[in-house]
Write a protein that binds this ligand. Sequence first.
Ligand code: ATP
Ligand code: MG
Length: 308
Amino acid sequence: MIETRNLHKNFGNLAAVADLSLTIEEGDIFGFIGPNGAGKTTTMRILVTLLEPTAGKAFIDGLDVRRNGKKVRKLVGYMPDFMGVYDDLKVFEYLEFFAAAFGIERKKRKSIVEGVLELTDLQSKQSAAVDSLSRGMQQRLGLARVLIHDPKVLILDEPASGLDPRARIEIRELLRELKRMGKTIMISSHILSELEEICDHVGIIEHGKLVFSGTLEEIRPHLGIHSKVRVQVANNQDKAVELLSALPQVRQVQALGDEIAVTFHDDQKADGVIARTLVKANLDIIAIQPEQLKLDDAFLQLTKGIVH
Ligand SMILES: Nc1ncnc2c1ncn2[C@@H]1O[C@H](COP(=O)(O)OP(=O)(O)OP(=O)(O)O)[C@@H](O)[C@H]1O
Ligand SMILES: [Mg+2]
C-alpha cells in the first residue's frame, strides 16, 4: 500500500533521506522510528506529495506519487508534526472547513463531521474554540481532520508527541480502531515504547538510512540480543541452577536473590524447556517470566551501529 524505492532527498549537501526502500502492506500499522533529524518527516512529506524526492520513487496504492499527485492526496490522510493554529474557529467549523477544502458537498458535510467527531470522541468539544483545546484533544482533532475524506492510508507524523500517558493510550486505542476499519497506517515516533504494542512492523531510520525493517520479533536475532527468562522455584534453587546451566539452549544462568536469570542462545521456545526440566526434577515452579525485548533497547542497539 505504501512503498519507497531507493528514495533520496538532499538539502544542499545534506542527505536527509538516503537510498530508502520500504514496503508497507495494506492494513498494517507501521512504526517509523528514528532519532531527531533522521529523515522521518522528510520521507513522509515525499509520500504525501508535499516534497519532491531528489531521486528514487514512492508509491501509494501502486500510484507513483510524483505523477499522480491528485489521486494520491485523495487516498492519503496526512497529519503533520505541527498543526497550524486557527484562531477563533470552533472545532465543528474547523472540520467543516476541511470538509469543504476536500470538496465534500455542503449537505454531506455535517454528517461526515459528526462521524469523525464521534470516532475521535470529541463530540462534547464541538463548540469549543480550537485553540482552547488541550494538546491531547488537539491531536485527536488532527486525526479527525485527516479522516474527513475517508482515506485508505494514514500518514501520521508523531501523533503522540507531547501527550500524557492517558492521552497516549487514547490515541493508541483510536489507531487500533482505525486499523479495524481497514486503514493502512504509517506512524512516526521517537518515543519508541509507545509504538511497540500497536505496530505490526517497524522501520528504524538513522541519518536518512533504513537500518532495520521488519517485525519486532525479527529485530531480535539481528541484534544478537539473547532473550532472557526469570525463574523462581520454591525449593532447591541450587539444583535448578545446575539443571538449567546444563541445557544446550542456555547461554548463561545467574542466581539473583530468589530469582534465577536464564539467558538463551536464541529465543526459540525456551520457556517450555525450562518448565519441563524443572518439573521432571520435582522442583516447584513459582514463576517463569520472559523478559521482553523492549523496542527502546532494540533502537539503542541498532543506532549504536551494531546492525548496518
Ligand atoms: N527544508 C529543509 N531544508 C534543509 N534541511 C532540511 C529541511 N527539512 C529537513 N531538513 C534536514 O533534513 C534532516 C532530516 O529532517 P527530518 O525533519 O526529516 O527529520 P525527522 O526524523 O523528522 O526528525 P524529528 O524527529 O526531529 O522530527 C535534518 O537534518 C533536517 O535538518
Ligand atoms: Mg519530524
